[in-house]
Design a binder for this molecule. Structure first.
Ligand code: PBG
Length: 325
């Protein structure tokens, strides 16, 4: 035998030397839920270890992230009032806007990304403006652009539309540019599937649709080529970063898109993935830390350039410890 692959697996040093996938803390993004009120840090029932924070307690989680070496945050807002048009989404004193102002002032070193969507702000829980029971694409674009602009005005470093309306990247780009925010990048949730993996998030954000589902705007998980189409369309429209979501069941898309895309690619390991790992670990059926490492590395191995995960702080520690990366 001339070729013996096991030679490169003999001890830890050589294994680390020949690692094909290197990941770094700078490629991690941590989602945070901000809620109206005061003095609030409440655990999300279906996402043990994840919390909703009121603005005055945001510094606790910001410090934790900074100490862990995680500098990129993805902000979600939970308003106290909702209406048909999701007006809280673009109010200058909306929950995300207040969070942005607070964090920017205290922690200028954090990079703040905002989720741009309407489902947390609409009384019906859909990601846009309704016409009957159908989400009206073109009318919704106006609102999404308003939300993105108000985030930029409150200090967002990057906006991330997650609504899946057609043409929203171009519309948001145009409105940001008209208002002198041409330097604010757009990270588009380009390839976002209608997925049951978002279940725990909807509990966290109170954003379940009041009727029907999101299948008329989010993608059908039977489709692969359609994912490529969505990715390419968003790049054409001016997306600076594109995203595949969820992660674990969609790594085929990550792999294919990373080969055809000329912009960086993000992967979002969503709430349901987190909840599954947590509950299996709590039951003693799996080793949480090892599974978390394996899932993260698989996203990067598939071709992701960055990774959004509720386990960002833990992963940062695993990278420091040399377990991965
Ligand atoms: C808003 C949005 C959702 C998620 C991110 N942005 C929920 C949804 O589309 O229903 C899900 C994130 C997660 O599950 O962790 N549209």
């Amino acid at each position: 035998m001339i070729k013996r692959p096991r030679r490169l697996r003999r001890n830890e040093h050589i294994r680390n030397l020949v690692r094909e996938t290197r990941i770094s803390k700078s490629a991690l993004i941590y989602p945070i839920f901000i809620v109206e009120g005061e003095g609030i840090k409440e655990e999300i029932q279906s996402m043990q270890g994840q919390y909703r924070y009121s603005v005055d307690r945001l510094s606790e989680i910001c410090e934790e992230c900074l100490n862990a070496g995680v500098h990129n945050l993805l902000l979600f807002g939970i308003p106290s009032e909702k209406d048909e048009y999701g007006t809280g989404g673009y109010a200058s004193d909306g929950i995300v806007q207040k969070g942005l102002i607070e964090i920017k002032e205290k922690y200028p070193d954090l990079f703040l990304i905002t989720d741009v969507c309407m489902c947390e702000y609409t009384s019906h829980g859909h990601c846009g403006i309704l016409n009957g029971d159908y989400v009206d694409n073109d009318e919704t674009l106006e609102y999404l652009a308003r939300i993105a602009l108000s985030h930029a005005q409150a200090g967002a470093d990057m906006v991330a539309p997650s609504d899946m309306m057609d043409g929203r990247v171009a519309k948001i780009r145009a409105v940001l540019d008209e208002n002198d925010y041409s330097d604010i990048p757009i990270m588009s949730y380009s390839v976002k599937y209608a997925s049951s993996f978002y279940g725990p998030f909807r509990e966290a954000a109170g954003s379940s649709p009041a009727f029907g589902d999101r299948k008329s705007y989010q993608m059908d998980y039977h489709n692969r080529k359609e994912g490529l189409k969505e990715a390419l369309l968003d790049i054409e429209e001016g997306a600076d970063i594109i995203m595949v979501k969820p992660a674990m069941s969609y790594l085929d898309l990550v792999s294919e898109i990373s080969k055809i895309s000329n912009v960086p690619l993000a992967t979002y390991s969503v709430s349901g993935e987190y909840a599954m790992v947590k509950s299996a670990a709590n039951a003693g059926f799996i080793d949480e830390d090892s599974i978390v490492c394996e899932m993260a590395v698989s996203a990067f191995r598939a071709g992701s350039d960055m990774y959004i995960t509720y386990y960002a702080k833990e992963l940062a520690r695993f990278i420091d410890e040399g377990r991965i990366g």
